[in-house]
Design a binder for this molecule. Sequence first.
Ligand SMILES: [Zn+2]
Length: 138
Amino acid sequence: MKNKISLTEGIRFHGHLGPWLVLGLLMGEYGLKKISADKYFGLEAEISGLHKKPRSCLIDGLQLSTGCTLGKGNIKILKSKDIFVNFISSKTNKKIRVRLRDEILKTLESTDGHSACEKLAKKIYRQQPDKFFMVGKV
Ligand SMILES: [Zn+2]
């Protein structure tokens, strides 16, 4: 994939390596591509169901990969049980909803401990995003 954010950049920003961070890195690139929006100012992200740690680590990955940031105000965090991220193109107003596949959610739930989490994070990074995400209607 082009312009893929490195794990080093992710760690420099977030402070540690974890699977949720890496999912955020990949998900941002995935979503941008799916709605053909530009990074930083071309979209808005609405994040649901990820406001608690460690899930919220995804939000940092997503800020890096989409350029949607709390400071710019184009990222919103919704407190809900339903896990998804809406990507909204500023140019076309098109909105898509990206969800995590059940398989990866199960893997995340059953992974415990620092080194197992780092190992999983690296494994996720090497794989195709279609394996973890799917696009649904809003
Ligand atoms: Zn984290």
